[in-house]
Design a protein around this ligand. Structure first.
Ligand code: COA
Length: 258
């Protein structure tokens, strides 16, 4: 297990468990935590034994209760912009474009930067008691780690604007109905549900899963035509060993060995 100051990383089987570990501060994301997460992602990207990641928060109360508000006090416009770019581009984009599946296990409050962290993951599973929201307007701010974009993409403009302008929290069940989280489960089933999803993904072709992540990500990318990216990725799949194995296994009526 690698231990940083603010996060715990445990690798077990093919899964890396990344836990934001500032329980007394409700796992608020300070700069140090963001930097440690970035280092962890670099390590996990190149670790061939890690096939997928579960991100969660320490304790039973919070996933992540936001960016660390205590760090905001001394910031001006330029520092604010830089902080947003650090969180948004270097961390959240990195997770969104990560080529192994990343699931947010939302074990409690996911607010502000915490919800933005969850939104950047490929999937979200929440406990029934979780509450999610983007309360930045109550601090005179707006979401700065991609929340205005990713939330809008996920739940649509009307609901995104309602959450962002009111700054209110919604329940896990409402988040599920709105399409913001994929599943709501009892607390004791949170990690096992994420593991089950990952194991199902692991039984598929890794190269195809990575291609699917790239193609889906092209959807919100104004520099790209998603249909063109999909065609390119589709075409490339035909040249992979996994395609040969997948089709052979189907024809031989057996499970593929990817
Ligand atoms: N940044 C820094 N510290 C935070 C934090 C954040 N985003 N969220 C919580 N904390 C700290 C609190 O300051 C407190 O620390 P202290 O004991 O040193 O005073 C500790 O975590 C516990 O939080 P507390 O507010 O006492 O818990 P609560 O149960 O009364 O309330 C919340 C829980 C989540 C409703 C409340 O902490 C909250 O509103 N947090 C801020 C959420 C937010 O605005 N996030 C967006 C930031 S951009």
């Amino acid at each position: 297990m690698s231990v940083f100051e603010n996060i715990l990383v445990k690798k077990e089987g093919r899964i890396a468990y990344v836990t934001i570990n500032r329980e007394q501060q409700l796992n608020a994301l300070n700069t140090k935590t963001i930097e440690e997460l970035m280092l962890t992602l670099t390590d996990l990207a190149s670790d061939i034994d890690v096939w997928g990641i579960i991100v969660t928060g320490s304790g039973a109360k919070a996933f992540v209760a936001g960016a660390d508000i205590k760090e905001f006090q001394s910031l001006g416009e330029e520092e604010g912009r830089k902080l947003s770019q650090l969180g948004s581009v270097k961390l959240m984009d990195r997770i969104q474009y990560f080529e192994k599946p990343v699931i947010a296990a939302i074990n409690g409050y996911a607010l502000g930067g915490g919800l933005e962290l969850a939104l950047s993951c490929h999937l979200r599973v929440a406990v029934a008691e979780a509450k999610v929201g983007l309360p930045e307007v109550s601090l005179g701010l707006i979401p700065g780690y991609g929340g205005t974009q990713r939330l809008t993409e996920l739940v649509g403009r009307g609901k995104a604007l309602e959450m962002i302008m009111t700054g209110g929290m919604i329940s896990a069940d409402d988040a599920n109905r709105w399409g913001l989280v994929n599943h709501v489960v009892a607390a004791h089933e949170l990690i096992s549900t994420c593991e089950e999803i990952l194991h199902q993904i692991f039984s598929r072709s890794k190269t195809a899963v990575a291609a699917a992540i790239r193609a889906v990500n092209a959807h919100g990318d104004k520099q790209k035509n998603g249909y063109v990216v999909e065609s390119e990725e589709f075409g490339k799949c035909f040249e992979t060993p996994d395609f040969e194995e997948g089709v052979a296994a189907f024809l031989e009526k057996r499970k593929p060995r990817f």
